[in-house]
Design a protein around this ligand. Structure first.
Ligand code: HEM
Length: 321
């Protein structure tokens, strides 16, 4: 009987482990969630992110991408930050390992700053600090400043096997399939892809397209050949938005119209008639992009949100309490 109970419990845990996060559970989130326990939270996090961004141009794109990778796997519960002693965790998966340390460090320093305020100490979840830091990374790069919903609890589990992230080779149907699994629409996906207005990609993610993809602007292809000279391109990279790589603006969409999308998944948004209209609109109207991006980030931030029943406020973002 004991053995049966053990097996049932093990099966239940296993099932939990492979289930995707529930698409939406945003009801308990609110921008003023910490207004009483940590009134200076937003300023503390913004100052920490400002310092990180001043220290390294990689910090902003790395932090923004970290938020996406967190929410896309097990929901926005900071599981991407957990370190398992046996190495079986999200960030050491094939897709996680390319996340840059500057993103993790930005969140760690923001968390340290929050916890150095006696009122806030151990009150604010890592998941919420990551959501705020991602918004601040956008704003400090020239993008929109938007209200972040707060009140997420941190998860206790991270496993390599649960990592499923869209690949740069995806076409529109594959992209839509992935985002609809998160409860997000094609419109959300197109706006969120605008995050590729900052940051870079390693040659392995796009080198195969150079000279092989007719949609690519020949001058851009020449430029990329310089960034990734043949097989010796290990360590080589190119900016996702070659026009203004450090600035959060709508150049990403203007690039797509000119055949200057770096990843196949970027260029697919213009190649496919179903998404081209939105690309044209954002390329012509930065304000429209900023508004839709902020709304889509808010919806992304609601994916798989945990409560006190199935989460905790982690003291150290790297380990469960
Ligand atoms: C639409 C599907 C997406 C695909 C296929 C995709 C794919 C990629 C790939 C392959 C890279 C390069 C990684 C590397 O070289 O290590 C990258 C970088 C990046 N991605 Fe995405 N991504 C997607 C959506 C998103 C979303 C939704 C966000 C944020 C809201 C995001 C933010 C970023 C940022 C900021 C970078 C640059 C990171 C850096 O420079 O450190 N991506 N993405």
């Amino acid at each position: 009987m004991r053995r049966l109970r053990f097996l049932l419990a093990a099966f239940f845990l296993l099932a939990l482990d492979v289930l995707p996060p529930p698409p939406m559970a945003g009801a308990q989130l609110a921008p003023d969630y910490y207004a009483v326990v940590c009134p200076d939270l937003e300023g503390i996090v913004r100052d920490a992110v400002r310092m990180a961004v001043a220290h390294s141009p990689v910090a902003a794109p790395a932090t923004l991408r970290l938020f996406f990778h967190d929410c896309a796997v097990r929901g926005c519960d900071a599981s991407i930050m957990l370190i398992n002693p046996d190495g079986d965790d999200e960030w050491r998966s094939l897709d996680g390992i390319t996340l840059k340390p500057e993103g993790f460090n930005t969140v760690m320093s923001a968390k340290a700053a929050v916890d150095s305020d006696p009122q806030c100490r151990y009150m604010v979840s890592c998941a919420d600090i990551l959501a705020l830091a991602a918004r601040d990374a956008v704003f400090l790069s020239g993008g929109p400043d938007y209200q972040v919903e707060l009140g997420r609890y941190d998860g206790r589990v991270s496993t390599e096997a649960s990592v499923l992230i869209p690949h740069g080779s995806f076409d529109l149907d594959q992209l839509n399939g992935f985002f609809s699994g998160l409860g997000l629409s094609q419109a959300d996906m197109i706006a969120l892809s605008g995050a590729h207005t900052i940051g870079a990609a390693s040659c392995g993610f796009f080198g195969y397209r150079v000279g092989a993809d007719a949609a690519m602007d020949p001058a851009f292809a020449d430029q990329l050949r310089g960034s990734c000279p043949g097989a010796a391109a290990a360590g080589g990279f190119a900016f996702l938005d070659a026009a203004t790589p450090l600035r959060f603006d709508n150049e990403y969409y203007r690039n797509l119209r000119a055949g200057r999308g770096l990843l196949a998944s970027d260029q697919a948004l213009y190649a496919d008639a179903r998404s081209r209209g939105a690309v044209d609109r954002y390329a012509a109207d930065q304000g429209a992009f900023f508004g839709d991006f902020a709304a889509a980030m808010t919806r992304l931030g609601r994916v798989g949100v945990r409560t006190a029943d199935d989460g905790e406020v982690r003291r150290d973002c790297r380990f469960p309490n």
